[in-house]
Design a protein around this ligand. Sequence first.
Ligand SMILES: C[S@@+](CC[C@H](N)C(=O)[O-])C[C@H]1O[C@@H](n2cnc3c(N)ncnc32)[C@H](O)[C@@H]1O
Length: 695
Amino acid sequence: MMAANAHRAGNLAEAERFFRMALQAVPTHAPALAMLGIVLAQQGRAAEGVSFLAQAVKHAPDYGNWFNYGLVLRAAGHADKAVQAFAKASKLHRAEPQAAWEAGVTLRGLDRLADAALAFDVVCQRDPGSPTPWIEAGRTHLAAGQAGPGLDRLREALRRFESDDDVCRAVCLALESVTFRRHDPAFQAALGRWAAMPDDKPVWFGGSLLGLLTLDPALMPVLAAARDGGGFADAAVTDGTLQPLFACQPLRNLMASDVLADPDFEILMLAVRRTLTRYVAGGQALAADAHAFLLGLALLADAGEFVLPEDDAVAGPAFALAESLAADIDTGMATERFAERLAVIGCHRPLVKLPVATRLAALALTTPDPLLARLLDVAVVDPLRERQLRGQVIQITAIEDEVSLAVAGQYDENPYPRWFNPPAVTPTRSDEWLRAAFPHAAFSPHALTPQRILVAGCGSGWQAFCTARLYPDAEILAVDLSLTNLAHALRAQEKFGFANVTFRRADIMRLGELGGSFDVIQSNGVLHHMGDPLAGWTALDSVLKPGGLMRIGLYSEVARRTLRVIEDFAKEHGFGGDAAGLRGFRAAALALPEDHPVRLVVRSKEFYSLSSLRDLAFHVNEHRFTIPGLAAALAQLDLTFIGFQLHHQLSASLYRNRYPDDPAQTDLGHWAAFEEDNPHTFAGCYDFWCAKPER
Ligand SMILES: C[S@@+](CC[C@H](N)C(=O)[O-])C[C@H]1O[C@@H](n2cnc3c(N)ncnc32)[C@H](O)[C@@H]1O
């Protein structure tokens, strides 16, 4: 009794003492044996606890004891035996899902994915009213290469919990590595629904939805007609030819929120843009679906920064529509026709450049048409506000370095990354997250719960806001060279909050002059754009506290080999990084045969907006690193490598299987060999954490 009370009150040492006393009196008392094992595990002494649970199951082999034995075995590092214990428990109580669940989790940790999936299937049978088992079973079957059952479980989750947005989101996330081979209305609808949610989405998301839409029998005829080059006559707007396209809600949702990174859809959009421009410029009104589609087309043009080729056949009539806009506004016009005229112009040119831009901004608040409101918001209100904010950016260092000035110039012309939805809420605290991500690393306390963080080269604010999500209690200084990027960040801050971030204009090279010291520094995708990346890294190191942490992202020479081919092609053909050069490059790449190595670029999302294409392959200054080069730099700066932040779990498990002797995954020699054999591992960047020794 006293032991149980002490345990309930959280006094574990006291509880241990009482349970030991009870066992002195009755050494085979199964409840006391089990509780002592649990209490020991709760004090971080699972290895000691194992033998007591082993005795407990011997004397009382019931569900609870086998279940707890499994938990303590797992905590003590005996995952295989834990699985057996959970299996015993699961057999003893066939209605109870928890033991099967823990078996699944443990098996997944052991990379025994097919077995884990079967365990999650058992949980689905026993607890069908809860969405998590269906999603886990689906994800795990897919990870085990069992697409059929994986997709079935996910479909079942959608069917059973059809109005639950969280389930929809989780199912969509589980589809990451799925390539659909046939039309699938359930997943098409789910991805389309997710497109309309104001979440930030992973980079593969749009491609996944477009892949499905390509297989949709309702869209196939229009895609084929556009590909065959025939275009669409005006009659196609009303005779039903284009109706399946106009009515496709998943596609419309995607168009209103992202680029369409697919060459066939680009051809289709060009053809439909031409037809709708002609139609609306000819004075005709659209039905509801076509109206919504046209506004989506204008949003799409804005998201891609007018990356599509100009269309001389219809640009003239489109711009002629601009002449009547002021008169329309004067007459209190917010009619549908007005929205359509405006959208047609917005399909070809930035609306913010219209002489009536300020008057349009005022309309964003009053229009009853949500799509028009969104178009006005992103294409007029936000850019106008950014123009104002540009003049209010506070500069805290000189910017004189030649490369810094050139880089600032590039991002001022082509702000990057362009983003619209705020980062998702981080479910875990930073210290828990870091400990879980790098369980073998030693961290200083101030690195785990930092007070001051520097985001060096924060771009348009995205990374700073992600950091603010993870560290809500820290004070974050985010610096960048580019006024346009910083204005975007400040505007986003007005919209989304994140009051703990301060944005300033500064050159990393001069940060040492400010004398600040930070617990954590993050710099992703930045140092490789400096004249001397190691000098930049040294400047960052000079403002990092002893024991502090850095998260750095650097381009990989190996991963970017294919890009070198693309860059050489662009140079050879004289395509520069200005809008004309980028459009010229795009046209040339799209005209290449499918098997040409440069043609690969048309499959990347970056190909579908001007600034991301420039950042990808037309940068004014770019260095690339190798893993041995990285190791040398870390040694020179006396920084300890903590580990890579891997963007695909598969890489971690492949590495684990190949190098079981390196559980911390910190051997850079091994990683160099691994990358040679898996050249896409660091396709984004070498994204890694390193620490400065305590003095
Ligand atoms: C590719 S963007 C990355 C932005 C951001 N870190 C992210 O991951 O979204 C590179 C940014 O680094 C900034 N940058 C490059 N050199 C810099 C320097 N010397 N000082 C400050 N910022 C710099 C550029 O202005 C640009 O905004």
